[in-house]
Ligand binder design. Sequence first.
Ligand SMILES: NC(=O)c1ccc[n+]([C@@H]2O[C@H](COP(=O)([O-])OP(=O)(O)OC[C@H]3O[C@@H](n4cnc5c(N)ncnc54)[C@H](OP(=O)(O)O)[C@@H]3O)[C@@H](O)[C@H]2O)c1
Length: 301
Amino acid sequence: MSAVVFHEFGGPEVLRLEEVPEVHPGPGQVRVAVRASSVNPLDWKVRAGFMAQGKPLDGMGTVGFDAAGVVDEIGEGVTDVAVGDDVFGLGSGTAADQAVLEVWAAKPASVDWAVAAAAGVAGETAIRALDLVGVGPGTSVLVDGGAGGVGAVVVQVALARGARVIATAGADNQDYLREIGATPLRYGDGLAERVREIAPDGVDAVVDIAGKTAPAVLVGLVPAASQVVTIANFGAGEAGVQVTAGRSPRALEALETIGGLLAEGKLVIKVQTFPFARATEAHRISEGGHVRGKLVLIPEG
Ligand SMILES: NC(=O)c1ccc[n+]([C@@H]2O[C@H](COP(=O)([O-])OP(=O)(O)OC[C@H]3O[C@@H](n4cnc5c(N)ncnc54)[C@H](OP(=O)(O)O)[C@@H]3O)[C@@H](O)[C@H]2O)c1
């Protein structure tokens, strides 16, 4: 099988498309013939060695934490899926012809492969974050960084739950935020004042996607610091903010919900696709930090 791999930590140029040994599912896992695999910021953080805690690379590094594909091998104890089923979900080393998924859900027939691949990490993260701050019908939420992979899903899932959504983005993404149903604002200096102009009493919850706004500013907009959740500012706990990382035990339920919303057209994920051989370019764009929607890699042939 071929896979996007690296043999040294470094910039996007260390990525290679190579023939590698086949992978097989362990107990409770499935293997898919990958039709699409998304790029998440975690990919370039791993590739650059930022997640290695100073340790050297052990063997070959892989990228990809979600994919959509056709099940072609089933691990011990898996009974809810059959060879030939179309699924999307979460795993590692998914930027490959074949990948092992640890959590998956059925891919609705009407949903494109690339969109389904894009929905894995972003969908699970979005639901985990929204649940932690209790975003539901009649609540208001500020999504700080609403135009990217996770943010655009957070915006649309919150709207589907009946919340009122204010979201931030740079100048180029204000129209996109409006298109997906949020009230758009610019991020940066003066954000709190801009929020209070349209929500004088503040908001019920904040989901911090980019981790770039000072926690004190976000905390000032909600009734209690714990009503702010961040997925990117790992020092924000000191300000009483909830910090979330790692997969939820309810990831399966989250993926099923996301699949349902995609099928109903309540969630639209804008994707930009690249063949595996152009993974370097996709990583470079991701690393730039201003992605609209999701970047997705497609296997050749
Ligand atoms: N903790 C977890 O479980 C978890 C899970 C998934 C991702 N993450 C992390 O969460 C972060 C976002 O992931 P992603 O996939 O959504 O990334 P992404 O697709 O690259 O999107 C990043 C977004 O950040 C926005 N942004 C840039 N500068 C900003 C600022 N100063 N203030 C507010 N927003 C700003 C960008 O908006 P513009 O383009 O409009 O500038 C862009 O939409 C990454 O650090 C990722 O590693 C954490």
